[in-house]
Design a protein around this ligand. Structure first.
Ligand code: GLN
Length: 192
């Protein structure tokens, strides 16, 4: 299995290290060719408008929009924003998960915080680091809520994709990455 990490901006290396620690081969995706051989793609946290600008500059936008229909993606923080079909403000990007996402949703007082969360299907007491994090305001058909913080939805999945508002790659807890790997494997078994 090879998992790509979109390498235009953000916490790229941290995701790579975590996946390598789980014995997965990784590719830092910066071109169309890099996308050809991967079984899944991580969209890391960073700054979504900057990431989008760079996606356009690297000429990856149309290809990513095409891939999002079939390639499992795991979006963390800004990556979750990239996957939404709708944003509370501004224009949506890859439109992979039917949901409305609000950027910087936790407000100034709680700009950044850490907590431990139970995440449906994944486990309890999972370390979650929130940095100017988004949350999900509305979910559409086929989206399952996996975790909430004071009623705000912070982790979701569809049959294909996984997304969370926080940064699992900045912790030592590998359970979300393991779950993504498992999702990819399950799909591969189904489609064989
Ligand atoms: N606030 C950022 C954005 O809107 C996301 C923050 C993050 O990825 N840590 O893109």
């Amino acid at each position: 299995m090879v998992i790509g990490i979109l390498g235009v901006q953000g916490a790229v290396r941290e995701h790579q290290e975590m996946l390598q620690a789980l014995d997965v081969d990784t590719v830092i995706v910066k071109s169309a060719t890099d996308l050809e051989t991967i079984d899944g793609l991580v969209l890391p946290g960073g700054e979504s408008t900057t990431m989008r600008r760079l996606i356009d500059r690297y000429d990856l936008f149309d290809l990513l929009c095409e891939k999002v229909g079939t390639l499992p993606m795991f979006g963390t923080c800004a990556g979750m924003i990239l996957l939404a079909t709708e944003l509370s403000q501004g224009t949506a990007h890859l439109k992979g998960i039917p949901m409305t996402v609000r950027r910087n949703a936790f407000g100034r007082q709680v700009d950044s915080f850490e907590t431990r969360l139970p995440i449906e299907r994944i486990g309890s007491d999972i370390e979650a680091v929130f940095i100017r994090a988004p949350y999900v305001e509305r979910i559409g058909e086929g989206v399952r809520v996996l975790a909430t913080v004071s009623d705000a939805v912070v982790a979701v999945e569809t049959d294909l994709h996984l997304a969370c508002s926080f940064h699992p790659e900045l912790t030592t807890d590998t359970r979300l990455h393991r779950y993504f790997i498992q999702k990819i494997k399950q799909r591969q078994t189904i489609s064989v």
